[in-house]
Design a binder for this molecule. Structure first.
Ligand code: ADP
Length: 398
């Protein structure tokens, strides 16, 4: 019988899913994927098959008001489509694995308890990731689940890259730099040998530019540093998160504006970044389409910050051989890629404009000292692979 793996990426208002199938000993293949968006407001379900053909596109009723009810709705659709299929397991994207989880892991009650302690470090994602695991455990008690972490790929970085330079006693219980978007970087690292063999062996900066945004410095496909740190607030300007800010500003919010910790958390995770600067939108498409000076400043800052951090990671790597763009903005906005490449021309990037408009994959001229690329990411495939591998091992042992 074919093996199926369900991959879930549960967020605060969306539930993304992918169904992978493995026939006999073949590789994992995408069977379908989709999402429920607007959970709690205007829920909407969409699904496509592995080739991109539309399977479903519909508004859902108000009963889809939270994560568990969204999962119930998804389960009903899956049952109608795949009744009788053998589900090997469910793989989850979990944003924070802390210091303890340096690799994907099969979820047990103990693992879940550990991961709950990390909720304050990723309040925008972790509670929803874990709620999905709990909801599946209740609904499918016999089906094993695997947690795949956005932090794991970065473990093994040099010690200096992990330092948070505060007193030792403050840092004792895991206050260190972790890095995020690791599932995306792991996917890019997995395809580099085929797509860009020279870069796979060399020094690459990968720019994951989506709602959340970060850079990863890779040497020989391994992470040596990244722009996100202890939480997913550091580094680049993001949709609603500021990226790096002077910590004195945070003190000011507490001491002078007398804001509560909850208010500061909301400002940092939901009201800053592109949305904060522009006062218009957190969506890069809206900002690129706007003539408002504040929208322009937000885009200018996004590019400025990206170029500045690319320079910093180039210093870490002692120069770079290539720059890779991925995720929503990185894959789809030729304008942002162009502006970041132009701001990074001093590194030796010579952009090929037509290739950039066509989304590459290679977007630098053949003589360019540093190559530039667009590579669509695929975090779900990485989760499916890890889930299949870990659960296959359990099966082999049983
Ligand atoms: P996430 O998975 O973190 O929600 P994505 O990687 O899907 O984020 O990226 C989402 C962002 O990508 C959107 O906020 C939007 O700003 C941006 N985006 C998508 N398409 C385009 C485009 N054609 N031009 C510019 N930005 C785009």
């Amino acid at each position: 019988m074919d093996d199926y793996t369900i991959v879930l990426n549960a967020g605060s208002s969306s539930l993304k899913f992918s169904i992978y199938v493995r026939r006999e000993a073949a590789a994992w293949r995408l069977e379908s994927r989709g999402q429920i968006e607007g959970i709690g407001t205007a829920p909407h379900f969409s699904a496509r098959d592995g080739a991109g053909g539309r399977l479903a596109e519909e508004r859902m009723d108000g009963s889809v008001r939270d994560g568990p009810s969204a999962l119930d709705a998804l389960a009903a659709w899956l049952r109608s489509r795949y009744s009788g299929a053998r589900v090997l397991g469910v793989g989850h994207r979990v944003v924070h694995g802390g210091a303890k989880y340096a690799a994907p892991t099969v979820v047990t009650p103990e693992v879940l308890a550990d991961l709950r302690t990390l909720i304050p470090l990723a309040p925008l994602h972790q509670p929803y990731n874990l709620a999905a695991i709990e909801a599946i455990a209740e609904r499918l008690p016999g089906v094993p689940q695997v947690a795949c972490f956005d932090t794991s790929f970065h473990r093994g970085q040099p010690a200096v890259a992990e330092v948070v330079p505060l007193p030792r006693e403050v840092c004792r219980d895991g206050v260190q730099r972790y890095g995020f978007h690791g599932l995306s970087y792991e996917y890019i690292a997995s395809v580099l040998p085929e797509m860009a063999p020279d870069l796979a062996r060399g020094r690459a900066i990968v720019a994951h530019l989506g709602s959340g945004a970060s850079l990863c410095a890779m040497k020989n496909r391994r992470s040596v540093d990244s722009s996100l740190g202890f939480t997913a607030l550091d580094g680049l300007c993001m949709g609603t998160r500021p990226g790096a800010v002077d910590p004195g500003v945070i003190l000011y919010l507490f001491q002078n504006l007398r804001l509560s910790a909850k208010d500061v958390e909301t400002i940092l995770y939901k009201k800053s970044g592109l949305l904060g600067i522009s006062g218009i939108s957190n969506d890069m498409r809206d900002l690129l389409g706007s003539t408002e000076p504040a929208a322009r400043l937000a885009v200018d800052y996004f590019v400025y910050r990206a170029a500045k951090e690319i320079g910093a990671l180039a210093a870490v790597l002692g120069g770079i051989d290539g720059l890779v763009f991925t995720a929503g903005i990185g894959e789809n906005s030729a304008e942002i890629r162009k502006r970041i490449c132009e701001a990074s021309a001093w590194l030796g990037i010579d952009l090929e404009h037509d290739a950039n408009e066509r989304k590459g994959p290679r977007i630098s001229r053949s003589g360019s000292r540093v190559s530039a690329w667009v590579i669509p990411t695929n975090e779900e495939l990485i989760i499916a692979r890890h889930t299949g591998m870990l659960l296959g091992l359990i099966e082999a042992r049983a």
